[in-house]
Write a protein that binds this ligand. Structure first.
Ligand code: 3UK
Length: 523
């Protein structure tokens, strides 16, 4: 028996994740229990099942065939699980997208996935509307609005109300693709990462049950959004796997908005990214439980948690911070700290059910204490990237997934993060590709060349720093720098703008003219 089988094998080949995550809770008597709470609505598991069934029927009613894609550009409200699991129940494939992207990136993902439907939150319509309207000029595309529908656009609420309240589940296979998540890389557009029906329950059993010991009485609040694999597990599949309650917050996670939500709903588990934990610690309102009277655990992922931030959180808030590394490719966390024996500054040890090894550039395991690329094996690995054969075969090599992260195993057996094998870095847990920021910078009229690197701020967290060579006739200075920051925000994504900018006469380059970013790190 392999590791994965020891933990869980789907009951049969016919397996629909929505039947397990939604319907099973009702069947096992938790129909009256609260599943989701957002600022405007609450759903019991019974209500969730009915709405998911209506969503499945509504999508079928629009003529959407099995395996076809539905893109979700949605804030975190109860509508997101309704559409996500409703689609899965019908064998239709939901593709949640990051709500902070640029129109060009959304256009790429809607076209690349060949989505027949886009479900958009009303408050995002101002930015998403022109994108979907443009595509709808070229081909058939249904646009459905979650929230107050404007003009002649279809409202999700109306479609659900008109659809039958009970749906037959599609007889999907455990090894059939259930949903996609887009993953970014150092060059090129994000890649559609295809996940199986069986995978959400694998991550729930191995990490949420195995590491966090989640149970039906837990109330989980993930400040990390549902469109992100980390948030999708924390705030949706983990609580659903045991019939627990999830608190959803549609707005931007600031220290104030997060602590207000904590005070209102008293979660037992809080999931954040290091940047948020650090900014909450800097707030004057930080207190025991970060506002919750029942907090028992905090989790951190997305980027390395600086040792000092972890220790200060435990001191001020009173719970451990469980830092673990996960990825879109593996769906959730595969190397993690454990409650009761956290080693701050490390990512902990492999989660039982996953295996990890560190390889050198030739693919040979590194000697103990040496630095190598983290390679991982486990049952929740994705099927691959959609229409990306070369990138798929580089990342998913047989049973092993290559992470692109460098690690070292310490004397204490814990895994210590040592940076990336490429130039990528995370800001607030979301990828930044230097190439992408540089590409945005050089579209500005004043910029001749640019190089971008990650630089640590005072909390030890990465932020972009840009080195620019200006075109003749342009002068360096705060005014230009503010302009460049706004330019990057508009053309690459809000979190990607350089926090520091420095003008240079030239940039370090190889003989072939490639920018040597590594020479600029630490400057
Ligand atoms: C980095 C970390 C150090 C690392 C994710 C939890 O972040 C998630 O997925 P992404 O695809 O990025 C994956 C990459 O992010 N990383 C994530 N966590 C840590 N580095 N310490 C950490 N604790 O470079 C990794 O390769 O956006 C996180 C669960 C599910 C996820 N998808």
């Amino acid at each position: 028996m392999t590791d994965a089988e020891q933990f869980w094998t789907p009951p049969s080949d016919v397996y629909n994740a929505a039947v397990d995550m939604v319907d099973r809770n009702v069947r096992e008597g938790r129909g009256g229990k609260t599943a989701f709470i957002d600022p405007a609505a609450q759903l019991t598991y019974g209500q969730l099942q009915e709405r998911c069934d209506r969503a499945a029927n509504a999508l079928r009613g629009l003529g959407i065939a099995r395996e076809h894609r539905v893109v979700l550009i949605m804030t975190d409200t109860v509508d997101l699980p309704i559409v996500f699991w409703g689609a899965i129940k019908a064998g239709i494939v939901p593709v949640p997208l990051n709500t902070l992207l640029t129109p060009a990136q959304w256009t790429h993902m809607i076209e690349d996935s060949r989505a027949d439907v886009v479900v958009v939150s009303a408050e995002l319509l101002e930015r998403v509307g022109p994108v979907v309207d443009e595509i709808a000029k070229r081909r058939k595309l249904h646009v459905i609005i979650s929230g107050a529908a404007a003009g002649n656009r279809a409202a999700l609420a109306d479609l659900l109300a008109a659809a039958p309240s009970s749906a037959e589940a599609a007889k999907t296979h455990a090894d059939e693709v259930a949903f996609w998540l887009y993953s970014s890389g150092s060059t090129g557009m994000p890649k559609g990462t295809r996940h199986f029906h069986a995978s959400p329950m694998h991550t729930a059993r191995l990490f949420a049950k195995g590491v966090l010991d989640i149970g039906p009485e837990d109330v989980i609040f993930s400040a990390a959004k549902l469109f992100f694999a980390y948030g999708l597990g924390n705030g949706m599949s983990f609580p659903m796997s045991v019939g627990a309650t999830a608190v959803l917050m549609p707005g931007r996670p600031t220290p104030d908005s997060v602590m207000e939500t904590m005070r209102a709903h008293n979660p037992t588990i809080f999931c954040g990214v290091p940047t948020l934990l650090a900014s909450m610690l800097a707030s004057k309102d930080i207190a025991r439980g970060a506002g919750s009277s029942r907090l028992r655990l905090t989790t951190s992922a997305g980027e390395a948690l600086p040792e000092d931030v972890g220790k200060r959180w435990q001191e001020a808030v009173g719970t451990e911070v469980i830092d673990g590394i996960g990825s879109t490719e593996m769906l959730h966390i595969f190397v993690s700290n454990r409650p009761g024996k956290v080693a701050y500054g490390s990512s902990g040890t492999p989660v039982p059910g996953y295996e990890a090894k560190l390889l050198d550039d030739d693919g040979t395991p590194v000697a103990r204490g040496g630095i190598g690329e983290l390679v991982v094996k486990g049952p929740s690995a994705a099927e691959g990237y959609w229409l990306q054969r070369v990138k798929t075969s580089r990342t998913f090599r047989g049973e092993w997934t290559h992470t692109g992260d460098k690690y070292r195993i310490g004397e204490d057996n814990n895994y210590y993060y040592c940076g990336r094998t490429d130039d990528m870095f995370k800001v607030s847990g979301i990828w930044v590709s230097p190439f992408e920021v540089e590409s945005a910078l050089i579209t500005h009229e004043a910029v001749f060349e640019a190089a971008v690197v990650g630089k640590q701020d005072t909390d030890g967290l990465m932020k972009p720093k840009a080195f620019v060579v200006l075109k003749p006739g342009h002068t360096a200075g705060e005014k230009l720098y503010e302009d460049l920051k706004a330019h990057v925000k508009a053309h690459a994504g809000a979190w990607k703008y350089p926090r520091w900018i420095e003008a240079r006469e030239d940039l370090p380059k190889t003989a072939t003219g490639k920018i040597q970013r590594f020479k600029l790190r630490g400057e």
